[in-house]
Design a protein around this ligand. Structure first.
Ligand code: VGL
Ligand code: ZN
Length: 210
């Protein structure tokens, strides 16, 4: 069913940063393929917000911070299980920068997340302790936004967690599947879609935006 963007819709662009693109330290396969489609989608939305994964050196989500572990191992932390990653998106490094091919000059806000050394944050709304807020929900409410369209990297981590929290906050939420790419480690992509379907997140493709 075609969806026509309205003034109270917002395109939320998740983590289009060099470390998640081919050549980056946590490269997502095909991540570069979604940049032009996202630029095109952006021209259809009055409102655009971006998230930026933004970690201090030695961040708790890095395998390098836990001797004897490897990237993609899972460890227990006070707030729950944590997948360990290669060092990525270290603040103020090239890998943390947005791709220069992004053309979203009307983007209104960048929400940085993951900047507390001992808490990860896949979601643009709430950190992994499920307590610490980023401020995004308050921003969207003050702006009168009602529907969120989520795109970017990675489908099964930051996109999914952001979409689930958007839904939990009461926004009508759409994930534009072909404007995302996944890490898909150990069944994480199928699990993410199961969770999003169960929560009432709408799964659409870019061609549905008419
Ligand atoms: C992400 C793993 C670690 C993401 C961020 O953007 O999906 N994944 N940090
Ligand atoms: Zn991260």
């Amino acid at each position: 069913m075609p969806i026509t963007p309205r003034p109270d819709d917002l395109l939320l662009v998740v983590d289009l940063q060099y470390d998640f693109l081919p050549g980056g330290s946590l490269a997502v396969t095909g991540g570069d393929e979604i940049i032009i489609p996202i630029n095109r989608l952006g021209r259809r939305f009055d409102n655009v917000v971006m998230t930026q994964d933004w970690h201090p050196p030695g961040h708790i989500s890095f395998a390098s911070s836990h001797p004897g572990t490897q990237p993609f191992d899972v460890i227990g932390l006070p707030y729950g299980p944590q997948v360990l990653w290669p060092d990525h998106c270290v603040w103020d490094t090239h890998g943390a920068q947005f791709s220069k091919d992004i053309e979203l000059p009307h983007s209104q806000l960048t929400i940085r997340k993951g900047y507390h050394e001992v808490i990860d944050s896949y979601s643009g709304f709430e950190e992994a302790d499920r307590k610490t807020k980023t401020g995004l929900e308050g921003y969207l409410r003050e702006r009168g936004i009602r529907r969120l369209f989520v795109v970017g990297l990675a489908t099964d981590f930051c996109v999914a967690w952001t979409a689930l929290d958007a839904r939990a906050a009461g926004f009508e939420t759409y994930v534009i599947e072909d404007a995302c790419r996944a890490i898909d480690n150990g069944g994480s992509l199928a699990q993410a879609w199961a969770d999003m379907n169960a929560a009432g997140v709408n799964r659409i493709v870019a061609g549905d935006i008419a």
